[in-house]
Structure formats: C-alpha cells, structure tokens
Design a protein around this ligand. Sequence first.
Ligand SMILES: NC(=O)c1ccc[n+]([C@@H]2O[C@H](COP(=O)([O-])OP(=O)(O)OC[C@H]3O[C@@H](n4cnc5c(N)ncnc54)[C@H](O)[C@@H]3O)[C@@H](O)[C@H]2O)c1
Length: 333
Amino acid sequence: MRYLVIGGAGFMGSNFVRYILRRYSDAEVLVYDKLTYAGRIENLHDVWNDKRFRFVKADICDEEKLMSVVKEFEPDVIINFAAETHVDRSINEPSPFLRTNVFGVFTLLEVCRKLGVPLLVHISTDEVYGDLWGREPVDEEAPFRPSSPYSASKASGDLLCQAYWRTYGVPVIIVRPCNNYGPYQYPEKLIPKTIIRALHNRPIPIYGSGDQVRDWLYVEDFAEALDVIVRKGSRGEAYNVPGFNERRNIEVVETILKLMNKPLSLIKHVEDRPGHDRRYAMKGDKIQALGWRPRTPWIEGLRKTIEWYLHNEWWWRPLIRDEYFELDTPWRR
Ligand SMILES: NC(=O)c1ccc[n+]([C@@H]2O[C@H](COP(=O)([O-])OP(=O)(O)OC[C@H]3O[C@@H](n4cnc5c(N)ncnc54)[C@H](O)[C@@H]3O)[C@@H](O)[C@H]2O)c1
C-alpha cells in the first residue's frame, strides 16, 4: 500500500510513518512536509534510509507541487497531518493557522477532486467541539464550538472536507484525535515541557488553577487507530479517537514530577490564557466498533515518554534556548 503522508515530519505524523513501516513490509511511504519549526527530519532519522521511504520538502498550499507529487507517486491513501498546531501561537499570530489549516486543506481537496484519489484521511482535533465542562462526552455529530484561532481553523478544514464529500464525492474520512503524547513531541507542549524543565530543576508553569481537563492517548495507540480507520473506515464519515483517559493538567504535571522524583514545589501557577477551554471529552463508539481500543496504560505511557526524553537529549537539546526556561505566558509575546 502506498501512503502519502502530508505533515509526516511532525510529532504524530512521524510516529505514524514509523508504525506503518514496521508493521507492513509492503508499505511505501512518501512524506510531504514544509519543515516548519515543528517539522524536523530528525523525527524520521530511523526510517530515512529505508528503501520504502521517500521525502519531499514542500508546502501543502502549493497546488502545482502537490499535484505533481500525487500524479507521480499514485498513493492508495493520502493522510493529512499538516497543520499549525500550537494554540498559544495561534493567539499571538493567527494568520499561518488560517493559511495552512484552511487554505492548505482546500488546496489538498482541490488536488484530490481534480485527480480522483482513492482515499483522503484528514486529521482534525477534539478541540473543534469546544469546551465541554460539565457536559457529556460528545459523538461525531455534535456541533462545532471552537474557542481559539487554532480550533476555528481546524473546524473550517473539517467543514471543507464535508462539503467536498457531499458536493464532489471526494472520498474523505475525518479523524478527531484527543491529546496525544509520546516521543518526538515538540518541547513547547505540556508533557515534554514538564519533563525537560523538571530535568533542569526549573519551574513549571501551569495556566490558572490547572484544573483544565484533557483526554490523553499514547501516540503509538493513535497510529494503530489511524491504521484501522484507513483499512476499515467508511468514506464520508468522521471518527473520534478518544483515549478514555481524562486528566486535569495539574495532575499530569504532578504525576510526571513524582515519576521523575522531583519536588512538586517546581509547579508555578501563571495567568491563564484567554479563551482557555476547561475540558475536552469525546465518545468513541464508532472507532470501538471497528475493533480498536487504546493499549498503553497511562502510567506506562508516561514512563516510556520520560525515558525517551531522558535518552534522546540529542533530539531536543538543539531546540532549547535560554528563553525556554523563562516563566512567562507565551500567548502574550
Ligand atoms: N498533538 C496532539 O495532541 C493533537 C491532538 C489532536 C489533533 N492534532 C492534529 O494532528 C495533526 C498533527 O499534529 P502534531 O502534533 O503532529 O503537529 P506538529 O506541529 O508536531 O507537526 C505538524 C507538521 O506539519 C508540517 N506543516 C506545517 N505547515 C505545513 C505546510 N504549510 N505544508 C506542509 N507541511 C506543513 C510541519 O512541518 C510539521 O511537520 C495536526 O493536524 C493537529 O491539528 C494533534
């Protein structure tokens, strides 16, 4: 099977590529990635010399380039991970989010419409459903209530996918993952930030009281869910991928500190970010009906993640500057 993985040099995409090449000897993978600050070829170092792997550095918004790559590679499936993904950055500077997450998805859909690809799987997010504080977890039919420029741009991408399925019959499946964690996640995100700062005995900022709830899934378990969706999912449908593992942010940080034998006094509460959703929570009946369940227990996944960061300083050290350790509110920059 031939996989064109757009945004495959980022955190989730690179873990998916690794999973597919390990699992299927007949898989061929072409990663198409712009290599923004979040995309790194270092994320793909262990598959780089695999004969079944190819890489093209290009932008999802470049229709001509995308068209020529799709024509030449003739993928069985295109999977789109490419996005601007950090909510704090979307508050400071929304325009790259609109460009990649909306215009990029539009460009990709146009290429699929014009060339008639067999399957497009678009990676969305649980954030499109907005804040579910005090509510029941939602299924795939729930209304969109995005709160940040990031989640609004992702919701727009979903709507374009739905419209292209309905109007042109572009064979698209939408996937809405909860928060993923694991190896190769950029140091700005909560779990790697906590591990790296704790390792340096530096304070760990928590927005507001830290009682915001997120649902956490180990990134390899997501790769497995996505593999199941590619093989068994129905075109025109959306699939939530929950972790069934809701945790308050403060609990996440405290658990990591305990596992690393570091004092809880490293935690510092800072001003909350505007529009901060207090809880995401999804039902997963549809993905469970395809036979998927998360495999990795929370503490085991956290231990593996901590171990990975401890043993792979070569990967994260070049990304760390002195400002990284400042106790500030990044959305103010
Ligand atoms: N990480 C999570 O917990 C999470 C949760 C839910 C949904 N998602 C979604 O999953 C997808 C992957 O997330 P991630 O955490 O791996 O992101 P990431 O930021 O680690 O990686 C994004 C990748 O997209 C590439 N990219 C960005 N703009 C591009 C462009 N214009 N053209 C081509 N490539 C471009 C980057 O270079 C990078 O390799 C995103 O769509 C995100 O919205 C992530």
